[in-house]
Design a protein around this ligand. Structure first.
Ligand code: MN
Ligand code: MN
Ligand code: ZN
Length: 296
């Protein structure tokens, strides 16, 4: 084998991609990702605004697997549907949420997906402590019903909009601590959410401090994915509005720290920024992010 140039952050090993539409079936998401040069991607496994989705057929699964095998994309992250609230106060919604997330686990398992990313939940006035307890209970119920599944349970840090839980690293820690099958738990950091929650990723000091805190409270070993989004709103606003890379309040410098951080060189970085059907915006944002990597 030919020796490669000395470059620990080689573009060819960079795991960079975006959320891909599944309009036309899950396999089409792989096609879309491949078309724009993703090396990782995110998708839904059913319509994100409905409780129940059409079951995946054997053909859906085999086509998806074949296309993925032939692609450069690895790994795939699945994002849960927006209706799910793992700490809903309404008993009926809570039950539906648990069933819906369990169904997503089944879909991920059938597709061989490694990571299922979900939002912790919104306590709806019940209080954060109560919400955290209920989220962990929901996860325990779901884990019991999905024994031995390979897909990791990935909680996403949130901006803390409304009554959303997950805007402090301590929330994530407490949830993980209350989950029985702790080895199944992992974390995704969304740069927009974390920034809006008050962790300053825009300055070198803030960036270092944020990850020191994350490592102390949660542990970097739990971190399996980044959502790379700039933030339309300011630090600590607790408002979740994604912006194109470098066009928001985090700014290009913050993403430069992230793209050059050797601790995260093997962690998937996935865009969730606004875009049209042709995905030109994704292409541009990926180009900007790649361009930040300093050649060694
Ligand atoms: Mn999300
Ligand atoms: Mn996100
Ligand atoms: Zn968001």
């Amino acid at each position: 084998m030919k020796k490669r140039a000395m470059s620990p952050l080689n573009n060819s090993t960079l795991l960079l991609g975006a959320h891909m539409s599944i309009a036309g079936g899950v396999a089409t998401a792989v096609e879309r990702g491949q078309r724009i040069g993703c090396t990782t991607m995110q998708m839904f496994v059913k319509n994100n605004n409905q409780w129940k989705g059409k079951p995946l057929t054997d053909e859906d699964v085999s086509t998806y697997k074949k296309l993925l095998r032939e692609s450069r994309i690895h790994p795939v992250v699945v994002h849960d549907t927006y209706l799910i609230n793992l700490c809903a106060v309404d008993k009926e919604i809570l039950k539906k949420s648990r069933e819906a997330l369990k169904d997503e686990f089944d879909r991920c398992e059938a597709l061989g997906v490694q990571y299922l990313n979900f939002h912790p939940g919104a306590h709806m006035g019940a209080g954060e402590a109560e919400g955290i307890k209920r989220i962990a209970e929901s996860l325990n119920v779901i884990h019991q019903r999905t024994p031995g599944y390979g897909v990791r349970s990935v909680i996403e840090a949130t901006a803390g909009q409304g009554t959303a839980i997950g805007y402090r690293f301590e929330h994530l820690r407490k949830i993980i601590d209350l989950v029985e099958e702790r080895e199944r738990m992992a974390v995704c950091l969304d740069t927009c959410h974390v920034f809006a929650a008050g962790y300053d990723l825009s300055t070198e000091r803030g960036y270092e401090e944020t990850f020191r805190e994350f490592d102390t409270i949660v542990g970097l070993d739990r971190l399996v994915a980044f959502h790379v989004n700039d933030s339309k709103r300011e630090l600590g606003s607790r408002v979740d509005r994604h912006e194109h890379i470098g066009k928001g309040k985090i700014g290009i410098q913050g993403f430069s720290f992230l793209m050059n951080d050797p601790r995260f060189s093997n962690i998937p970085k996935i865009l969730e920024t606004p875009k049209g059907p042709e995905m030109k915006e994704d292409v541009e944002n990926m180009r900007v992010l790649r361009g930040l990597i300093r050649k060694k």
